[in-house]
Design a binder for this molecule. Structure first.
Ligand SMILES: Nc1nc2c(c(=O)[nH]1)N[C@H]1C(S)=C(S)[C@@H](COP(=O)(O)OP(=O)(O)OC[C@H]3O[C@@H](n4cnc5c(=O)[nH]c(N)nc54)[C@H](O)[C@@H]3O)O[C@H]1N2
Ligand SMILES: Nc1nc2c(c(=O)[nH]1)N[C@H]1C(S)=C(S)[C@@H](COP(=O)(O)OP(=O)(O)OC[C@H]3O[C@@H](n4cnc5c(=O)[nH]c(N)nc54)[C@H](O)[C@@H]3O)O[C@H]1N2
Ligand code: SF4
Ligand SMILES: [Mo]
Length: 663
């Protein structure tokens, strides 16, 4: 093993309990909840993991954490560096692995230029050190990076245009609500700890209204459910806005002081009569009226906007329209979406983005198209599994399999992507490394330290970044590679860091809910920044996701057992079922268990039919990144179009299906 430039030998202290010795650490997976976990350790091994009983975790263990022991010690762990040898892999030592990696990187930098190196990452681990700090090297080198747009970009941009930033209500304020409107969000599956807090609203006699394209797990346990046609939520929101304005329910005083562009908005909503909205959304006039009246009479309420709703054409405009509703009724930031903008933390300094900037940025949706053409000569992948999770994924496989593209994957497990890489290097799980973990929902940050030794020869991402920096940028090494605690200090400041080191967790100060970082300092119904950027200054959502007569819309969303493609080694591969509405099944002559071909211009796949009453006619559903019967992932068919707000349109995927007959 080579000598680490930064040795991390600072371990979490184990505490005694009747059930054994345990340490507290935080889950850095890409998930709303960022739980505090109790990891029980015996003989240097993690033997059990449960959710701690403190604030925001409430002693609830999710199905992923419950299986973390199996995941840590899974046979699918990458334990040693491996290099591609023909059709399989050969184990090599770290020194050789680093030699291959740095010499390839230097070769591409010198002969092609930094823009031909792609740094491809996402959020497999959201730790400050593992994720943000590793960007320092790649920003310094000026390589190509992605725009990180796959997940929540459309909604993020919408809220920044309207409110100046994305933060809304924090969990500590949810208790005071009379009503929660859960819009295109399935927290019963995707955020079970936040869901507990939301559910408390109902248990205290308040209301939960869920708006979705299917009768989701969340809808089943809400006070009421409103089913809409995919992509029609913007029309519903502007219909509600018109109702508030017409019936003089708006808070004029609040509007005068805190908002900009109300008169223009008034004209903008004129066409959204109840008749029009009913025709577009499929929601009856009576239900629309009831929803409007519920908002008027149950203040304060908050709208919990999910990410599923905005991954579509017009997704940004839809979130903008929805986000205006509480403001019309006099509520400051009456929404929840992502609270990271509201934390007083300096991500730019951590990433070195305040001094260096990547040269070239590519859309995450278009990675497949660009990679398949061989533009990038070296691709460095960590914290993601792009050949399974990005859209148009067969193009990514095509690119990775080219002889003139060298693919390096730093992974904890043999992911789909690792399996087709040229060089695979082993990474420790979050139980095996130091990090600072923050949440995009609550405001408690944690200092994670290892509870066990890194398995096999795994080495942390930040340490590898430092090794590469030493080799390819020796003169700037000291600037790029700071001590991990210096990185943490950049993120939260010295005073906070001192408290964090003493207590292991810390409540971070949040920005005030009644302050708006827009040009006018107000909530902008009419967005001055959108105008400047050539986007419509007033919310202009599409009426609906357009489809041709024989096409259906394919929606995919989170499954309780998996975090995207993780935990398939524990729970087994994701199901190969496609859910079809009873009406479509009848039209297409389909029965449960039939095998169908699903096809669009990107390709085809085979799946097994499950007839599902929770779906509207015209909508298909499958767990995200599901497998198909012919051994692909559904992402071979997923839309790679980019929304006008720069984000993904995964849920605007249009397909045709037909029963396969075997002769
Ligand atoms: N168990 C589990 N939890 C997770 C994850 C995981 O993989 N597994 N991943 C995490 C990540 S990265 C993310 S981004 C979040 C995602 O979690 P959520 O924000 O809940 O988003 P999705 O699960 O994609 O979709 C939420 C709902 O949107 C609905 N929807 C889709 N289109 C429309 C529409 O046009 N209108 C309306 N009204 N509804 C629509 C879907 O039917 C679905 O029920 O979950 C996080 N939590
Ligand atoms: N069809 C469809 N596709 C989707 C979506 C959808 O709704 N439908 N949702 C999209 C969304 S919202 C998201 S966020 C993306 C997620 O896309 P990805 O981030 O690619 O999802 P994961 O499968 O979780 O991949 C994370 C990888 O990181 C690895 N990993 C975990 N911890 C560590 C670590 O500490 N170090 C290292 N080096 N590796 C680690 C895991 O083993 C795993 O292979 O998928 C997108 N794709
Ligand atoms: S995956 Fe989400 S719900 Fe599960 S432990 Fe991690 S943060 Fe909590
Ligand atoms: Mo996501």
């Amino acid at each position: 093993m080579f000598n680490l430039l930064i040795a991390i030998d600072d371990w979490l202290i184990l505490m005694n309990s009747t059930e054994g010795k345990y340490a507290l650490l935080s889950c850095p997976r890409d998930c709303y909840d960022t739980c505090r976990l109790r990891a029980y350790v015996e003989g240097g091994k993690v033997v059990r993991v449960i959710g701690d009983d403190g604030e925001y975790t409430y002693g609830l263990t999710c199905p992923r954490a419950a299986k973390d022991v199996e995941r840590i010690y899974s046979p699918a762990r990458v334990l040693y560096p491996h290099i591609k040898a023909g059709k399989s892999f050969k184990r090599i030592d770290w020194e050789s692995a680093l030699n291959v990696l740095t010499s390839k990187l230097r070769y591409v930098l010198d002969n092609y230029g930094p823009q031909h190196v792609l740094f491809l990452e996402f959020a497999g681990n959201r730790g400050i050190l593992t994720r943000n700090a590793c960007r320092r090297l790649w920003n310094f080198l000026g390589v190509t990076k992605t725009d990180g747009s796959i997940c929540d970009r459309n909604g993020e941009r919408a809220l920044r245009l309207t409110y100046g930033s994305t933060y809304g209500i924090f969990p500590s304020d949810i208790k005071g609500l009379k009503m929660g409107v859960i819009w295109g969000f399935n927290p019963a599956v995707s955020a079970m700890h936040l869901w507990k807090v939301l559910h408390d609203i109902k248990d205290m006699g308040g209301y939960l209204i869920t708006i979705d394209v299917r009768y989701s797990e969340t809808a089943k346990s809400s006070t009421s459910f409103i089913k809409v046609k995919p992509g029609s939520d913007g029309a519903l929101a502007l219909g509600l806005a018109k109702y508030f304005i017409e019936h003089e329910y708006v808070d004029e005083e609040f509007i005068k002081i805190h908002t900009y562009g109300f008169d223009a908005l008034k004209d903008n909503v004129a066409k959204y009569t109840l008749d029009y909205v009913e025709a577009v959304t499929g929601v009856s006039k009576m239900t629309i009226t009831e929803l409007a009246e519920a908002m008027i009479t149950n203040k304060p309420f908050s709208i919990f906007v999910g990410y599923g709703i905005q991954r579509r054409h017009g997704g940004g405009e839809i979130v903008r329209a929805i986000s205006l509703l509480p403001a019309l009724l006099g509520i400051h930031r009456g929404f929840y979406y992502s609270n990271s903008d509201g934390l007083c933390m300096n991500f730019k300094a951590v990433e070195g983005a305040d001094r260096w900037r990547a040269m070239n940025v590519v859309s995450m949706e278009k990675v497949g198209e660009i990679i398949s053409k061989g533009y990038f000569k070296l691709v460095y992948v960590h914290l993601c599994n792009p050949v399974a999770t990005l859209p148009n994924s067969s193009r990514i496989v095509e690119g990775f399999e080219r002889n003139d593209v060298f693919v390096v994957v730093h992974e904890t497990h043999w992911s789909d992507t690792a399996k087709i890489a040229d060089l695979v290097i082993p990474a420790p799980t979050f139980y095996e490394k130091l990090d600072l973990v923050y949440s995009y929902t609550h405001n408690i940050i944690y200092l994670n330290k290892p509870v066990i030794e890194p398995l096999g020869e795994s080495v942390g991402e930040y340490q590898i970044m430092c090794e590469i920096a030493k080799n390819v940028a020796p003169n700037n090494y000291r600037e790029i590679c700071l001590d991990p605690y210096e990185i943490f200090e950049l993120a939260i400041g010295r005073n906070n860091l001192e408290k964090l080191i003493t207590d292991n967790s810390l409540e971070i100060v949040t920005k005030p809910r009644n302050v708006y970082q827009t040009y006018t300092g107000k909530i902008e119904f009419y967005s001055t920044q959108a105008e400047e950027e050539g986007l419509p200054p007033l919310p202009s959502p599409p009426d609906i996701d357009e489809v041709n007569p024989d096409e259906l819309i394919l929606i995919s969303s989170a499954h309780p057992h998996y975090t995207h493609t993780q935990f398939e080694d524990v729970y087994g591969p994701k199901p190969t079922t496609i859910h079809v509405s009873p009406k479509d099944a009848e039209k297409l002559g389909l029965r449960n268990g039939d095998v169908v071909e699903i096809r669009n211009e990107k390709g085809f796949a085979y799946m097994t039919v499950r007839i599902d009453e929770s779906l509207n006619e015209g909508v298909l559903w499958t767990p995200r990144q599901s497998y198909t019967l012919d051994g692909k992932r559904i992402n071979v068919l997923i839309s790679d179009d980019v929304d006008t707000y720069g984000g993904s349109t995964l849920n605007s995927t249009r397909v045709r299906i037909k029963k396969l007959s075997f002769h």
